[in-house]
Each structure stands twice: as structure tokens, then as C-alpha cells.
Ligand binder design. Structure first.
Ligand code: 3PG
Length: 208
């Protein structure tokens, strides 16, 4: 299954921050066993490339992407490590160019109409609406969908079990991102069972 198809099917993109590379595979397994075979591993730590490479090599049945990619160098590094998609908190034309050249799915962040228009020059129809709850949530996405009918959204930021279903009820929202099932404290305390449990609850909630 292609990456985008899997994202549309699972409807959740966990935003994972790996600080200790040894936690990578247990976290991936917990997500997968909880029903979420997707991870966006963020470039917020030194070991992001290493964690991505480890996950890609050992979890062939998962879709592993890179998140918080803010420049071309990180995009090149992430793709060299095997990242299957790239996510940015905002829009970077340079990252877009790298992804286009390498044929990799790029999901830029955007909040305003001007930012969305910038993505159109690179034919990027999937927007990470971030930080979603801070910038008007579902109401803002609905308003943006009127002038931008060809775009779809992955809202992220402040999403959890209690509001995900409402977001996903809007047809232009193909998935939601978030870290609530992989919070720093859960990873640092090696609470992998809990990660699996929260992941499963999220999947059950959206399919209920
Ligand atoms: C991200 O970069 O996507 C966010 O950190 C995720 O937001 P959340 O932590 O509020 O889920």
C-alpha cells in the first residue's frame, strides 16, 4: 500500500520524538501493535536520522516518515535514512524541491491562505494544519476549504482522543497528527504498553 493510502486508511500520524535511539524499535512496535503502523519521527533530536534508519530497516510493515524538517539538509538526510514521507511545521520551498527531486511525499505546514497559496506552486495538496487547536481548529479548516477545494488537511497540535473524531468528521481532513500516544514521559519511562494501549484506544475511538 502506498504511503498516502495508508495514512488515509489509519487516519492517525503519531508525532514521535526519539531522544534515546534504543527506544526507537519498542516505540514503533507499540504503535504498530496498537493499530497505528505509521510514525513521523521528528528532527528535534540529534538522533533523528539514526532512529529513522533503524525504524525503516526493522519495521518494513510500517510507514516511517520524518517530521519537523525545517531545511533542505534535514530533508536530504531523512530521505537518505529511508524516510518515506517528509513533514514540516511550516512551508519550505527548499524542502519541497528536495522532495520533488527524490519523488518523496511532502506534507508542509500551513495555517494562512497566503501560506497555502505558496504550497500550490509546488503542487502540494496535503497540508499539515499546525498548530491546529491554537489556530481555530476545525472551524478554520472548514473556512480554508472554501477557497482551496483541492487541498486536504492533516490537523496537528492539541489533538487527542477527545477531539479527533470531530476533526475526522470533515471530509477534507484525511488524518490527524499528534503526540498524545507517544508523549515524552511515556517514551522516557519506557511505558511501551501504555503507548500501545493509548494507540489502540485512539483507533477504537475513530472507528466506533
Ligand atoms: C507536531 O509537531 O506535530 C506537534 O508537536 C504535535 O502536536 P501535539 O504534541 O499537540 O500533539
Amino acid at each position: 500500500m502506498q504511503g498516502l493510502d495508508l495514512i488515509k486508511k489509519v487516519k492517525i500520524v503519531p508525532v514521535v520524538k526519539i531522544t534515546d535511539v534504543e527506544t526507537t524499535l519498542p516505540v514503533m512496535n507499540a504503535l504498530k501493535n496498537g493499530g497505528i503502523p505509521i510514525a513521523e519521527i521528528t528532527y528535534r533530536t540529534e538522533c533523528a536520522s539514526e532512529a529513522i534508519a533503524l525504524a525503516v530497516k526493522n519495521c518494513p510493515d510500517m510507514l516511517i516518515g520524518a517530521g519537523t524538517v525545517v531545511n533542505a539538509e534535514q530533508a536530504v538526510s531523512a530521505i537518505a535514512s529511508g524516510a518515506q514521507f517528509i513533514v514540516s511545521p511550516g512551508f519550505s520551498a527548499k524542502v519541497a524541491e528536495v522532495c520533488k527531486e527524490k519523488g518523496i511525499l511532502y506534507i508542509p505546514g500551513a495555517i494562512t491562505p497566503t501560506e497555502i497559496m505558496a504550497t500550490m506552486e509546488y503542487d502540494l495538496p496535503i497540508i499539515k494544519f499546525f498548530p491546529a487547536e491554537t489556530f481555530g481548529g476545525l472551524a478554520s479548516i472548514k473556512a480554508l476549504s472554501a477557497p482551496f477545494p483541492k487541498h486536504v488537511f492533516i490537523p496537528t497540535g492539541g489533538i487527542n482522543k477527545s477531539n479527533i473524531k470531530e476533526y475526522l468528521s470533515f471530509s477534507k481532513i484525511i488524518a490527524c497528527g499528534g503526540s498524545w500516544m507517544v508523549k515524552d514521559s511515556l517514551i522516557n519511562n519506557k511505558e511501551y504498553d501504555k503507548i500501545e494501549e493509548i494507540s489502540r484506544e485512539a483507533i477504537e475511538e475513530i472507528n466506533a
